[in-house]
Each structure stands twice: as structure tokens, then as C-alpha cells.
Ligand binder design. Structure first.
Ligand code: FES
Length: 92
């Protein structure tokens, strides 16, 4: 089982396999995806969720503001569905 993730506005797409975070799948696919800490701290990997649903292992990193803004920590998030995410600094 894998899910398709598309990053706007670059319109890059990649598949995320079971057990892989969004960031791991993006890097495996050769995408220059911003990241530093890989622990939900630095926010460099944070995207805005445009469609679909993600999940986290506990403890999940989201603040109330993150939830309101649909922010997604790609270093910790696993897709539950196909996704469209927005990250302004990812280039095609
Ligand atoms: S890489 Fe730092 S929050 Fe995801």
C-alpha cells in the first residue's frame, strides 16, 4: 500500500510506502525537501495540508495553532490518504 503525495506549487509528486514518513519518501525520490532536525522541532519541513489526512505516532507534535493552520510536520507524518501539501520553498 502506498499513497501519492503532491507538493504545490512545484507540482512534484512521489509515492510514500507503508511505514515511511513523508520526508523519508521525498528524499528517497530525490526531492530536495527542506529538513534539519527530523524531530518536529525546527519546522523546516512543515507544509500546509491542502487535501487528505495524515497521522503521527504519539506524542504528536502539533500545537493548537498548527492544527488550525493545517500545518504538517513531514519528518514525523505518515499519510492516511493521498495528499496535496503546500511548501513555498520546494522547487521542481
Ligand atoms: S525536519 Fe525539523 S521539524 Fe521536520
Amino acid at each position: 500500500m502506498s499513497y501519492l503525495v503532491t507538493i504545490a506549487p512545484a507540482q512534484l509528486s512521489f509515492a510514500v510506502q507503508e511505514g515511511e514518513t513523508i520526508l523519508e519518501a521525498a528524499l528517497r525520490s530525490g526531492i530536495d525537501f527542506p529538513n534539519r532536525c527530523r524531530q518536529g522541532v525546527c519546522t523546516s519541513c512543515v507544509c500546509k495540508l491542502k487535501s487528505g489526512e495524515v497521522r503521527y505516532n504519539v506524542p504528536q507534535p502539533l500545537t493548537e495553532l498548527d492544527k488550525q493552520q493545517q500545518f504538517t510536520y513531514c519528518c514525523l507524518a505518515y499519510p492516511n490518504t493521498d495528499l496535496v501539501l503546500h511548501h513555498p520553498f520546494i522547487r521542481g
